[in-house]
Design a protein around this ligand. Structure first.
Ligand code: TNX
Length: 595
């Protein structure tokens, strides 16, 4: 039976003062049909300062316009992104045009008048009864402000089909800026290969939590995932398989550029990683001459680590590294190049020193700054202080990293027992590994990046990153299950002031994200530690008699489902293609409104 629709109504302004350090009140919007209002108290990462004005709300309507800073193509870009985001669920036209003012009925994105405290990545947002104004000094700040605005709208704003609204934004103002300039997510596309579409979608999901760097682990023992024109077999042969023996794959240089462009449109920088001298079996298998004995080993599809090494004393090794770093650097606008350096158990200490000492200058020669996993801290002679070290230890004492920090090297914090998204949540988690322990959401949240590693204080911390290794992960749905809800926890540690860190408040905010993920079709782990909000969840509870459409299910031609109060029939095999989504080529037949 079809359940009666409850009429949506304006939820009224929700008053909840959010101030850094203050306990965040759990706002309790009454569950309404499709669009209960949201609250400043629900925003993840928590803003530095938010001052609600319970007396007013702003409603996005069919007459709302988006105005952007005149003369700024970047601000216009953020405006069109916002327009795209809001047109899907509202169905409103939301035209975007330049205006230096703040016209009534508008959402203005301006690069003038921001409090200097916002810096280069922060923003101010003000909602009054007739407008929303976001101000920043740079487009990156406007983009961050748009992510906050998005969370101030009802959860149904994440739906990819038109919903009834109302599209209410609570009144008030926000002043916000990040604790760390670098907030990263890492994705291992080597152990299992993920197509461009999957990476783009993950980028979109990360951007919603103000992550601004995507570290792509492009090469490893089991697969080489990027076309290198001067060494073509790396991709065509070295990329031809993956963990478990599937067909693998690789990005052409054009596809890699497409990923970078998509990330840039989300104000995110791609950091490419070519992991060396270990984790190189796919390269060694592709070119016999890279091996000390001149014999190519077989491709590997298991998950062992630490057995491969480039041949440190061969000249061709450095020609190879130079070519790869040159080609990838030329494609990558970002400043950083990750050269790996982890788990080089098949390389002697002397050879490791020789190798790193030769390779860091190659990265510099092509205009990039090197990042290495923390083992690189042991290199003798000391690496230049510009080299960033990525800390992935499970112990807080790492003397080599502390010594490097004392010399001036910056440290990117990804402790494996806190920030590794590939660790299982608990013993029953179907995906993931457990060598660094189980990581429940509270574990992922309860640590301080500036006190975790001895000798690595706030001023030495380059930023925070959440790595996602893919030995056990094969699909977007797998990625999402491991990243949500832990990724937003790490994102908050990277963005919000340390004084705002409070698990009891955070779990409430996190609970408010559940209906958003459900509306967006994001697969997530429903941790029992989190009070998940209900009321508007799920990509359409069964509105008709048919089972509700499920994004992760495989449908064959003829299957009927309910979605968005309509009935649909799969025309042929489909998975993840949402009924009614524009741009799909009719994989679902619309059978009309439910009766
Ligand atoms: C350790 S973390 C690795 C990776 C594995 C990961 C699995 C690091 C720098 N190296 O090679 O994929 O553990 O959790």
């Amino acid at each position: 039976m079809r359940s009666p629709r409850i009429g949506a109504r304006l939820g009224g302004a929700l008053a909840a003062v959010v101030l850094a350090g203050a306990g965040l009140a759990a706002s309790g919007p009454t569950a309404r049909a499709h669009a209960p209002a949201s609250s400043f108290a629900d925003v993840v990462p928590a803003p530095v300062k938010a001052t609600p004005n319970a007396a007013v709300t702003f409603a996005v309507t069919s007459g709302t316009k988006i105005y952007t800073q005149p003369g700024s193509a970047e601000a216009a870009g953020v405006g069109s992104y916002l327009g795209e985001l809001l047109r899907r669920p509202t169905g409103f036209p939301l035209p975007v045009s330049p205006s230096a003012g703040t016209p009534a009925g508008g959402i203005s994105l301006l690069l003038t008048g921001a409090d200097p405290a916002v810096g280069e990545q922060g923003y101010q947002l003000e909602t009054t009864a007739d407008k929303v104004v976001i101000r920043a000094t740079k487009a990156a700040g406007l983009f961050a402000g748009v992510q906050t605005l998005r969370q101030l709208l009802p959860a149904a704003v994440e739906s990819t089909t038109v919903k009834p609204g109302p599209w209410t934004v609570p009144g008030g103002s926000v002043l916000d800026h990040p604790r760390f300039g670098y907030r990263g997510a890492h994705l291992d596309v080597a152990r299992h290969f993920f197509p461009v579409q999957t990476v783009k979608r993950y980028i979109d999901e990360l951007a919603a939590y103000k992550i601004n760097n995507l570290h792509l682990h492009l090469t490893d023992d089991q697969g080489w995932r990027i076309e290198i024109k001067s060494w073509p077999k790396l991709a065509t042969y070295g990329g031809s398989t993956q963990v478990g023996g599937g067909p693998g794959g690789y990005y052409t240089q054009e596809q890699y550029k497409e990923i970078i462009a998509h990330a840039a449109s989300r104000h995110m920088t791609v950091i490419p990683e070519f992991d060396m001298p270990g984790h190189t079996n796919s390269a060694l298998a592709s070119y016999a001459e890279l091996n000390c004995n001149g014999v190519a080993p077989p491709l590997r599809t298991d998950i062992e680590v630490g057995y491969s090494s480039l041949c440190i004393n061969k000249d061709i090794t450095y020609k190879f590294v130079d070519d790869v770093v040159r080609e990838i650097s030329a494609l990558t606008p970002g400043k950083y190049f990750h050269l790996g350096g982890d788990e080089a158990h098949a390389t002697s200490e002397a050879d490791y020193n020789t190798f790193m000492t030769k390779v860091v200058p190659i990265v510099t020669k092509y205009g990039k700054t090197a990042i290495g996993w923390h083992e690189a801290a042991k290199t003798k002679p000391d690496l230049p202080t510009s080299t960033v070290l990525q800390f992935w230890d499970t112990k807080s004492s790492n003397p080599a990293v502390a010594a490097a920090a004392a010399r001036g090297n910056k440290v990117l914090m990804s402790p494996a027992n806190k920030a590794y998204l590939d660790m299982k949540y608990n013993a029953n988690t179907p995906l993931g590994l457990s060598w660094a322990g189980y990581i429940e959401v509270q574990d992922a949240y309860n640590w301080n990046p500036a006190t975790y590693a001895q000798g690595v204080g706030e001023s030495s911390v380059f930023g925070v990153e959440a790595p996602l290794w893919s030995e056990t992960l094969k699909t977007l749905s797998d990625i999402e299950f491991m990243a949500f809800p832990r990724l937003p926890a790490i994102a908050e540690l990277g963005w919000s002031p340390a004084s705002a860190q409070n698990w009891d408040a955070f779990k409430q905010r996190l609970g408010a994200q559940g209906p958003r993920w459900a509306a967006a079709g994001i697969n997530y782990y429903k941790s029992p530690q989190v009070p998940w909000r209900t009321g508007t969840t799920d990509p359409e509870p069964g509105a008709c008699d048919n089972p509700a459409w499920d994004r992760v299910k495989v449908y064959t031609g003829g299957t009927a489902v309910s979605h968005g109060d309509r009935e649909w029939r799969a025309k042929w095999w489909t998975q993840g293609d949402e009924p009614g989504t524009t741009g799909q080529w009719g994989v679902w037949q619309d059978l009309g409104a439910c009766k």
